[in-house]
Design a protein around this ligand. Structure first.
Ligand SMILES: [Fe+2]
Length: 216
């Protein structure tokens, strides 16, 4: 049976055929070393789940985003690529915080696929809003014909290993507290990988986002 999928628009910026960015199981690097050195390294953690909330192992994500200054690239695969989730449906993507453009807050576009014939692939956007405030999406042109998609806001935290003051909160995100031991561990893992590659930067913020796929 042919089923109509209600998806977000891929928009004018999607390019088919992006390369895999996988570096380890459930781990991928979307940004180049140069981008990581010159922009703010940002760790996006996506969890792919089915309609019942169960994880979808080895789901595929095809991602593309703008630079921190809101530019897309078409003549190269800069800030574009695919990755597979791990057995728990989780994928960590090291990238730079996406910059806003045309009145929209920064976002990462994603086409997310589960098991062919079982899950309906979805095209979506994960929004990185200042202070995690969905209101910053209110100026988005697309909201003229649909309601604001608050569920698309990524929950982000500032990564501050030292006890710096509130003025150091990156992009107004709350501080990543000790209760997020899993995210702290992930940030540490990525910090070590960047150091190995000579990228003298820390992950400045981490965001966690759930993408749900419906059944066919
Ligand atoms: Fe976009």
């Amino acid at each position: 049976m042919l089923k109509t999928v209600t998806n977000a628009l891929k928009g004018p910026f999607y390019v088919l055929g992006a390369p895999s960015r996988q570096v380890d199981q459930g781990k991928a690097v979307l940004a180049s070393p140069e981008d990581l050195k010159t922009s703010d390294p940002f760790l996006l953690v996506l969890e792919v789940k089915d309609a019942k909330g169960d994880p979808i192992p080895f789901a595929e994500v095809d991602l593309w985003q703008a630079t921190s200054t809101g530019e897309y690239f078409f003549a190269s695969w800069r800030l574009r690529g695919r990755a597979l989730a791990d057995a728990a449906g989780r994928v960590e993507v090291l990238t730079v915080r996406p910059g806003g453009y045309a009145g929209r807050p920064g976002h990462v576009h994603a086409v997310v696929s589960g098991v062919a014939g079982v899950h309906v692939p979805v095209t979506t956007q994960a929004y990185v809003c200042p202070g995690n405030r969905a209101e910053s999406m209110s100026t988005e042109v697309a909201n003229i014909w649909r309601s604001r998609r608050d569920r698309n806001v990524v929950r982000c935290w500032t990564v501050a290993p030292d006890a710096s003051g509130p003025e150091k909160l990156h992009f107004g995100f709350p501080r990543l507290s000790a209760e997020h031991a899993d995210l702290r561990e992930s940030v540490g893992w990525w910090g070590a990988r960047m150091a190995e590659r000579g990228i003298e930067r820390d992950v400045v913020a981490v965001g966690e986002h759930v993408v749900r796929l419906s059944s066919c």
